[in-house]
Design a protein around this ligand. Structure first.
Ligand code: BGC
Length: 436
């Protein structure tokens, strides 16, 4: 069986600057890594040295057959001190984008993927309303330089993640889809130390991940709208959006109300700002099921990924459908991924995810592309280098890259613009559950 995709479909992978570049030592996360009692299991250090190796890396992506690459620009590199912009770093990212075009790769750029400059923490971070303007100013500086070369931009990655992290405090059994270790997350000591490393005090230290109360959420929303306005003004043809971490939310009997509340917290409350966007970035890893008592724990024997999430690739299509029911703008899958050391599980995860995605297209939902998380086995925040999400693995001592089978499969899918299935295997995988 063959599922063909639209000719303009974007096929690629995604990274974030902090997780791959290495040595982002002006960023707040760097201070967190080096704080006393830090919850980060490893130092990011050179990461996968993508800052120096982007040319070979982008060539490698192109050689696989991929036609798109999502990466982020590190705010703390562009503006290492408040109001001081680095021409060298602007030129660096200009060249990353040029390298994409030289390799027939469409760049999808994220302006902020969780990390903020350390100086922002001296003035109250994401609880200072001025941060919205400061973020928009940074976007303006970047767009004046090379906005005309950016066809798709996400202002911020997963603006709802702080809300999910708050849930973590409420329900400690729950692990949101980003590497945060529950116990260490609640310990305040290391935050004091991180604040000191940013040259500030705990009362002013307020990172993006902490923006979950109403007031700071308003600042995040304001930052998105202001950045969108400024970037559109400079280059009206750039498609602007943001991304949300969206597990599929399901309910069993008696859990409907709770599931609806969770969906509102994760998605509904952001709709008003997204409605003015050109597209929405959907990032899906699994599902969450709610019952009358709260989130339903996984049944014994359920297959889980290395992050402890249920292995459930069908959640992608179901989430796209849930989003499309409520928003009338195109969807771009900006992340869909799995941490595993068994690459064959990744191959299946991608194929099953794409089969569902294809059925969404068949039903008239506009999906612009599929960007798998992640290009490399990279720095998974507090979890360090242990979880392996990449379609490209590497030896971190030599930084030598090796393409996994999943990388070849995704590349072939991209080249053919189609997914193939063997019918017997398909029957096994989908049983009665999935229809096309
Ligand atoms: C984030 C990534 C992270 C990935 C896997 C997403 O929520 O955007 O930074 O590495 O999930 O946990």
């Amino acid at each position: 069986m063959k599922y063909v995709f639209p000719s303009s479909f974007l096929w690629g992978t995604a990274t974030s600057a902090y997780q791959v570049e290495g040595n982002n030592n002006k960023s707040d996360m760097w201070a967190e890594e080096y704080s006393e009692g830090s919850p980060y299991r490893d130092y990011s250090g050179d990461a996968v040295d993508h800052y120096n190796r982007y040319k070979q890396d982008i060539e490698l992506m192109a050689s696989l057959g991929l036609n798109s690459y999502r990466f982020s620009i590190e705010w703390s590199r562009i503006e290492p001190e408040q109001g001081v912009y680095s021409q060298k770093e602007l030129d660096h990212y200009r060249d990353v984008i040029k390298t994409c075009y030289d390799n027939n790769i469409t760049p999808v750029v994220t302006m902020m993927h969780f990390t903020s400059p350390q100086w922002l923490m001296k003035i109250g971070g994401w609880k200072n309303p001025e941060t919205a303007d400061l973020f928009a100013k940074y976007c303006e500086v970047v767009f004046k330089e090379f906005g005309q070369d950016i066809p798709y931009v996400l202002t911020m990655n997963e603006v709802n993640l702080p809300v999910m992290l708050k849930e973590l405090f409420i329900n400690m059994n729950f692990m949101p889809p980003v590497g945060m270790d529950a116990k260490s997350w609640t310990a305040p000591g290391w935050r004091e130390s991180a604040a000191a490393k940013c040259g500030t005090t705990i009362d002013l230290y307020f990172t993006f991940h902490m923006a979950s109360d109403e007031e700071s959420l308003e600042i995040v929303k304001d930052a998105h709208c202001k950045a969108r306005e400024v970037m559109k003004k400079i280059n009206p043809s750039t498609k602007v959006g943001l991304s949300l971490a969206l597990p599929e939310i399901q309910a069993i009997e008696g859990g409907e109300e709770l599931a609806a509340k969770v969906w509102h917290d994760y998605f509904g409350q952001f709709k008003s700002i997204i409605e003015g966007d050109d597209f929405i970035g959907v990032q899906n890893y699994t599902r969450e099921v709610y019952g009358p008592e709260g989130q339903v724990p996984l049944a014994e024997g359920t297959e889980v990924t290395a992050m402890g999430y249920e292995y459930y690739p069908e959640a992608l299509a179901r989430t796209i459908r849930n989003v499309a029911k409520e928003l009338n703008i195109p969807v771009l899958v900006t992340e869909h991924g799995i941490a595993t050391n068994d690459d064959s599980r990744r191959v299946e995860f991608i194929q099953r995810g794409l089969k569902g995605l294809h059925s969404c297209l068949g039903d008239g939902i506009q999906v612009l592309g599929y960007l798998y998380w992640s290009t490399f086995d990279n720095y998974e925040w507090t979890f360090g280098y242990d979880p392996h999400f990449g379609i490209i693995g590497l030896n971190r001592e030599t930084q030598e890259r090796f393409v996994k089978e999943s990388g070849r499969v995704l590349g072939e899918i991209s080249k053919n613009n189609a997914v193939y299935y063997e019918p017997e295997k398909l029957l096994n995988l989908y049983r009665s559950e999935f229809e096309i």
